[in-house]
Design a protein around this ligand. Structure first.
Ligand SMILES: [Zn+2]
Length: 443
């Protein structure tokens, strides 16, 4: 039995970095212990600091030495598990891509066995990329949520997800106002308080739900104060034009949701590329968040997120892979793409802020920042060990480099190869060098 599998108190020694809040607002949010100790008791961090300071207090605790850079487990603020087999689908932009590639793939989730198979592979792929929490789209089928939550529970992962609402969807992938409400209510009742799971009411986007269904979603959001609202906003120009045409009374795309009570502090909107100043101001005022998804936006040609515009209005942000429009599960690599998207508009995303987006920033959007994302005392011990020597180029680029340059190189050049281990609640859930996942506690 390795130390990481022990229940009870144990500790990890290594270089530990976290960014607990937006460093653009608070440079003191960057916390770095070059020779640090993380003391974990039954999955909860009970102490963190320099090894020299903590070793005398915890001398009797078994210590596991970890080589590389320890950072909080990544939190993916927007991803679709049923689309993992549709990554790299050629040729289309958003609306045609959905019709041609995505809707057929999602229809297969009517089969619960298929859903279970993909959900297990999906959770393993998250762990392999260092992602320990995520806000996840399932499909319109209620059992697709069961499959996701069962797979997450078997791996003790902190996952938030929900059944897709789409009563204007294509044949075979369409619910009604009533079935959407009944199935969502049943799923909330079934999964509430189980494992580390959370629920998100999940209308696909404005165009795939009727006004009556959007109103029903707003009603459920108001009645369940512990659930999130998860949907898409202002991704593609053709989509935006169609929203303007249908919701002619709305001031803009965001207002089409706002009119149904869907814009609040528990709302997470993916993309937000083509937002007006009024929409940014309203998002900030409501405390709603945007999941920035640069690899998806580049892949579908949707556009580039405007970091400066969002910052000007104080919009809350997180980072999402948006698999399967996204091209990588790695939030490390996604952070590097976010930097490149920022560059296109003259915005410099520094690597500490990018790390914050991928960890505590996203955790804030998911309302789990008290539990994960900063490796603080009292938080759950979800963390990743990054290997700055994972590839020959990375090894040369980071040799002798300072923390800033090392972290930046990890984001620009890193991906799943760079994640040497992923820990969930203090247990090693993925070990690259033995290429194994930890035994699941249950299935
Ligand atoms: Zn999406």
């Amino acid at each position: 039995m390795t130390l990481s599998r022990l229940n009870g108190r144990h500790a990890f020694r290594g270089a530990i970095l976290s960014v607990g809040s937006d460093p653009a607002a608070d440079p003191g949010a960057i916390r770095y212990d070059p020779d640090g100790l993380l003391v974990v008791d039954d999955g909860i961090i009970v102490a963190r600091g320099s090894y020299a300071d903590l070793a005398p207090r915890f001398g009797a605790v078994p210590v596991e030495r970890l080589h590389g850079l320890i950072v909080p487990g990544f939190v993916d603020a927007h991803i679709h598990y049923p689309q993992m087999d549709s990554i790299a689908a050629y040729g289309e932009q958003l609306l045609d891509w959905l019709d041609r590639h995505i809707f057929p793939a999602e229809m297969a989730f009517a089969d619960p066995v298929h859903a279970q198979t993909v959900a297990g592979l999906f959770c393993d792929e998250l762990l392999r990329n260092g992602t320990t929490s995520a806000l996840v789209f399932a499909t319109v089928h209620a059992q697709s949520v069961d499959a996701l939550f069962e797979a997450a529970m078997a791996r003790t992962m902190r996952i938030v997800g929900g059944k897709v609402l789409m009563d204007l969807g294509p044949p075979g992938l369409c619910d009604t106002v009533e079935t959407a409400r009944d199935e969502t209510e049943a799923l909330i009742a079934k999964w509430r308080g189980r494992g580390r799971l959370g629920y998100a009411i999940t209308p696909r986007f404005a165009l795939t739900s009727s006004d009556a269904q959007l109103a029903m979603a707003g009603d459920m959001l108001a009645r369940h104060d512990h659930v999130l609202l998860h949907t898409h906003l202002s991704e593609n120009t053709r989509e935006c034009a169609a929203v303007t045409a249908r919701f002619s009374q709305a001031r803009d795309y965001l207002d089409a949701y706002d009119r149904f009570g869907l814009v609040g502090a528990r709302s997470v909107f993916a993309h937000g590329i083509h937002l007006s100043s009024r929409e940014c101001a309203r998002l900030a005022d409501a405390g709603a968040g945007i999941a920035v998804c640069p690899s998806s936006n580049l892949f579908l040609g949707s556009g580039m997120f405007d970091f400066a515009h969002a910052a000007e209005h104080g919009v809350r942000l997180g980072l999402g892979s948006d698999i399967g429009a996204g091209t990588t599960f790695s939030l490390l690599h996604t952070a590097g793409l976010a930097y490149q998207v920022g560059q296109a508009s003259g915005y410099r995303l520094d690597p500490f802020r990018a790390l914050w987006l991928a960890t505590a920033g996203s955790a804030g959007l998911l309302h789990i920042a008290d539990r994960v994302g900063a490796l603080g005392e009292g938080q759950e011990a979800d963390f990743v060990v990054l290997d700055p020597s994972a590839t020959p180029v990375l090894a040369r680029r980071t040799a002798g480099a300072n923390l800033f340059d090392t972290l930046f190189a990890l984001q620009v050049l890193g991906d799943d190869r760079t994640v040497s281990r992923t820990y969930v609640m203090g247990r090693c859930a993925w070990d690259r060098d033995s290429a194994r996942f930890d035994d699941k506690e249950s299935q």
